[in-house]
Design a protein. Structure first.
Length: 149
């Protein structure tokens, strides 16, 4: 694989009406509630659930209706309630990218969430794939905010 020139990371910022602790737990513990599994999964219509193991070395994976687990990534940094870093592999380790999610307090019951999806130059189709994720994260994060309440 040829290393590509640097590709700008995707950066998404959200203002949340929840404390960092609640937003962090919602991102990890409630991923099955807010993630659009039928449209954003490896198993598509056969996807039954998604899990996020919020610990270093923890997995992010989907489970299909037959009980098969399909790995999306691995957690490399877990610092509740402020920061998560995880690989995004979708069963293709050679094309792994990285996602960092941080939560910063902005008031008593509010926080700012920043999602950075980076390392596109290591992906064999980095530039093309990045564009799809850029718009894809918008819909995914909209569901996250709606489910947070």
């Amino acid at each position: 694989m040829d290393v590509q020139s640097p590709i700008e990371p995707i950066v998404k910022q959200l203002a949340l009406n929840a404390p960092c602790e609640a937003a962090f737990r919602h991102f990890t513990d409630n991923i099955d509630v807010w993630w659009p599994l039928k449209s954003h999964s490896l198993s598509e219509k056969n996807a039954a659930a998604v899990r996020f193991e919020a610990k270093e070395g923890g997995r992010i994976y989907e489970i299909d209706y037959a009980g098969n687990e399909r790995e999306w990534g691995r957690v490399s940094v877990c610092e509740p309630p402020r920061r998560l870093v995880f690989s995004w592999v979708l069963e293709a380790p050679a094309d792994a990218t990285e996602v960092e999610v941080s939560f910063e307090p902005t008031g008593d019951n509010a926080c700012a969430m920043t999602l950075v999806h980076r390392n596109w130059e290591t992906h064999s189709k980095g530039r093309a794939v990045r564009d799809g994720y850029h718009t894809g994260w918008d819909g995914v994060l909209e569901r996250f905010v709606q489910a947070l309440g």
